[in-house]
Ligand binder design. Sequence first.
Ligand SMILES: [Mg+2]
Length: 254
Amino acid sequence: MRKYKAYCFDLDGTVYKGLKPVPEAKEFIDYLQQQGIEPFFVTNNAKMTSIQVQSKLHKIGIEAKSDHIMTSAIATARYVSEHFDHKNVKVLGDDGLRQALSEVGMKIVDHNPDVLVQGMNTEITYQMLADACYAIENGAAFVATNGDLKFPTEYGFAPGNGAMAELIHNVTDIAPIYIGKPAPYMLEIIQQQFHLQKEEMLMIGDNYDTDILAGIHYGIDTLHVNTGVTRTKEVLAKDRPPTYAIDSLREWIE
Ligand SMILES: [Mg+2]
């Protein structure tokens, strides 16, 4: 296999599953770090700050550098600060998103926002959804951290952020700008921040529709692992398959 400078790992289903590590991924990360290669972590999860992601990884024995952790909240904050001149944002999201927006100098307001920024919020109420719709109907732009419609839990599939965003879309007739994978914004920020060439980057993930497509859209190599959402067989049958499809990262340890 080829060597890369930037190994960009998805988290859930790739590095861990819930609270448990994926052992082969942990071994592969150890193997990279022994060679002085610090991996990147790229997650659509907008609830956690990079410090919270770092501490979750620490609990499963992985030491990650906080500036190598990219969440859809961080990328969304950067996108909003670069694309809108007016800085008043209304947030329908959690701590990770609020903190990321404050850090780039956005002002969080309740009324008359320029942008409605929507991210996963498990405390969401009918009133919050209605207020988000009113803000957009009154002219606020609509940006959402990620479009994942559902995610697996021990009880079954639960509504993901995209399910809430699409509800607002249906009411307002305004489609959100989605920032998380499969959009390439998070990979683009990593490339710019660390002055990488696209040939030096590899996106590693379990989900074809988010991880692998993000890499394909951005034009970097992709590696699919069979430890999560999409099975290898399905991935190989796609029109645009990943660069590599393997069972687990153990196959990549020499
Ligand atoms: Mg995943």
